[in-house]
Design a protein around this ligand. Structure first.
Ligand code: IMP
Length: 433
């Protein structure tokens, strides 16, 4: 009855979709458990690049049932358009394959408007959100006035509830922020329509997960965002409003811990971040540009959801060790190793200089990260192209040494290494745990 969880160990954008794509080949049930359409996976399908924001990338594997768990906030307009896009490519996302938890929360046009208004109100303390309404939707959930997907069973009543919510939030937008509010009647009409479309997908995702596990199927929990964006354990307040970590998967799906087999952490071979917040190993100028790429390729370091250039830096081993502890990682996948080709020398942050001493853990107050000076190990680089390499032994010795240096930091084996953007550009290393 194995449950495997894939989590990002950094600030998101680690390339989790690639690893999920590999693991989903052996999974019968694939589910997202937190966040909303602030996430974005670029996946190749039918010769096209498809951007999925809500639907698990497991949908590309026809055998797998896919689910959106209770821990998510769902923009129904986006979900309907993703279903339509998949179906136009001949990829079935019918209610028999795609399930939406009745307990997931629904995002409305007011949440989108409030996200922008709150960001503007923060001034220089702006978080740099994706402006997808995520924070305000989770705020309504925590305040126990949220709209749950289960309400879509009665589209007309659901439309009425949305209208009420949009009207109430409109008073806030107009009164407090002096901003135009979304039209409540229009929201009612649109949301009644989404409910009509989506209600056949409603399900008890916790029960479905338990049934799949009881049948002995492989269940894959597909993380979005990354550990350092976790609401409780990330670099607060520069975080998202959900729990992208492994414990968040159990809660977000509604499944117990005893089924857990593997927790697979995905880490990029260097560090990136979009949005504001401390980033000790950040690079600037030509070094950062070298890691970021020009933006000409879809895999360059520009946000899938917002198109913003990502901030880039050396791999932060202190934060990787922290992510390993927090998630209980059993193994790692290292992505984008090929991007380091030609860089000389390479650096990996092993500890921080903080408050006059050497620290191997991040400071308890994440805002103090800004005052940490990274202490680096320096490693030799390599110049050989590695995109065609498919076996560990064929990697240049310096590339192998880099991988080994990274896995020594958390003491967790690296089982997969991606060496290019294509599906098959992956090196598998050793036997799965
Ligand atoms: P929000 O989730 O839109 O509220 O944004 C909060 C913070 O999380 C911002 O710094 C975003 O850039 C970041 N963020 C949210 N989702 C992702 C993601 O999928 N990848 C990378 N960063 C993300």
């Amino acid at each position: 009855m194995p449950l495997d969880i894939v989590v990002g160990t950094q600030w998101g954008d680690e390339g989790k979709g690639r690893i999920v794509d590999l693991l989903a080949r052996e999974a019968q049930f694939v589910a997202r458990y937190s966040g909303g359409d602030n996430a974005g996976h670029t996946v190749a399908a039918q010769g096209r690049l498809l951007r999925l924001h809500l639907i698990p990338s497991g949908i590309l594997h026809p055998e797998a049932i896919c689910a959106l768990g209770a821990g998510m906030v769902v923009n129904p307009a986006r979900l309907v358009s993703e279903i339509d896009e998949l179906e136009s490519l001949g990829i079935g996302a019918s209610p028999t394959r795609l399930k939406l938890s009745s307990s997931a929360h629904i995002l409305t046009p007011s949440h989108l408007a409030l996200d922008g208004a709150e960001e503007a109100g923060r001034g220089s303390r702006e978080i740099g959100t994706t402006r997808r309404g995520i924070g305000p939707a989770y705020a309504d959930k925590a305040a126990r006035r949220g709209l749950r997907a289960g309400a879509m069973r009665d589209p007309e009543e659901f439309g009425r509830l949305v209208e009420e919510q949009v009207r109430a939030a409109g008073r806030l937008l107009e009164g407090l922020y002096d901003l135009p509010a979304p039209d409540p009647a229009e929201a009612r009409r649109a949301y009644a329509g989404y409910a009509e479309r989506l209600r056949p997908h409603l399900a008890d995702v916790g029960a479905l997960t338990a049934q799949a596990l009881a049948r002995g199927e492989n269940v894959l929990a597909e993380g979005a965002q990354g550990t350092l964006l976790d609401l409780d354990h990330g670099t607060y307040p520069f975080v998202t409003s959900s729990h992208p970590t492994a414990p968040g998967a159990l809660l977000g799906l509604g499944v117990g811990a005893r089924h857990l087999r593997r927790v697979i952490g995905v880490t990029k071979a260097f560090q990136t971040r979009v949005g504001a917040g401390p980033f000790p190993t950040e690079l600037f100028g030509a070094d950062a540009e070298r890691l970021r790429g020009s933006g000409a390729n879809p895999w360059d370091e520009f946000g899938t959801t917002t198109g913003r250039p990502r901030r880039c830096g050396w791999l932060d081993g202190v934060l990787l060790r922290y992510a390993s502890r927090l998630n209980g990682l059993t193994e790692l996948a290292l992505t984008k190793l090929d991007v380091l080709t030609g860089l000389e020398p390479l650096r990996v942050c092993r500890s921080y200089l903080f408050s006059g001493g050497e620290a191997f853990d991040p400071p308890p107050d994440p805002e103090d990260l800004a005052a940490c000076t990274p202490l680096y190990d320096t490693l030799p680089g390599w110049t050989e192209t590695i995109g065609g390499t498919r076996s560990w032994g064929d990697l240049p010795p310096a590339a192998r040494a880099y991988v080994e240096a990274v896995e020594r930091i958390p003491g967790v084996p690296i089982r997969w290494i991606s060496v290019g953007p294509e599906r098959e550009q992956v090196i598998r290393r050793g036997e799965p745990v």
